[in-house]
Design a protein. Structure first.
Length: 67
């Protein structure tokens, strides 16, 4: 089931079940140099799907759409 912040039509459960096992585990955070905060993998996939479907630039992706 999709988390509340991911539109279900962008990453349906069937697609996520096929993709999730192929992803690497998240790296352990470094406490000295944390870098950018990581977004959940499903949210990142929803962003990629949105860009591919709508052909918008990354900077034009509305944050409320994918996460």
């Amino acid at each position: 089931m999709c988390p509340g912040w991911v539109r279900a039509d962008l990453v349906p459960d069937g697609l996520w079940e096929r993709v999730a096992p192929r992803l690497r585990p998240a790296p352990q955070p470094c406490h000295r140099c944390p870098g950018r905060l990581r977004v959940p993998d499903r949210v990142a996939l929803a962003g990629v799907t949105y860009v591919l479907r709508t052909e918008v630039a990354w900077r034009d992706v509305p944050t409320e759409t994918v996460g």
